[in-house]
Design a protein around this ligand. Sequence first.
Ligand code: DLZ
Length: 159
Amino acid sequence: MASRPSANKPSARKFSVSDKKIGIVVAQWHNDITDALLKGALDVLKKAGIKTTDIVIMQAPGSFELPLAAQWLINDHEASAVLCLGCIIKGETPHFDFISQAAAQGIMNLNLTYNIPVIFGVLTTNTLQQARERSGGKHGNKGADAAVAALEMLENKKR
Ligand code: DLZ
């Protein structure tokens, strides 16, 4: 499976954006998976020196609500970047395409409207097993990758 080498070794990366405030929205559907994504993200942020007090975590009922909750974190908490974490499993969700597309489009709109990184940390898999493998299993942790992406984008903007 193709992946970026740097995203697989977040602890090896050096970031100089430790003064930033990071918002995280966690969808509660498949919450065993999304909790694992959150853990992966928090590990990366803490290793990068982001203070616990500068991390604001909000829950959303499902992935469909991720964009609105992210917007609240930007407007009400002045987050410099937001991670949107969710899990949508095709085999279990007749709404798969509607929810995935709404979440992806809503998140992209936030990036371009607010000019800050709002990261798509949503697993869209065929099976629960594939989701497990990507939330701390043999294919890494997409929550950790989302945190690396946010830090990289903040650093790119700073340069
Ligand atoms: C309704 C629904 C379904 C069927 N499946 C999922 C899913 O697999 N992953 C997910 O994050 N959310 C799911 N939801 C909930 C929707 O995202 C949303 O919360 C509800 O439709 C209410 O707007």
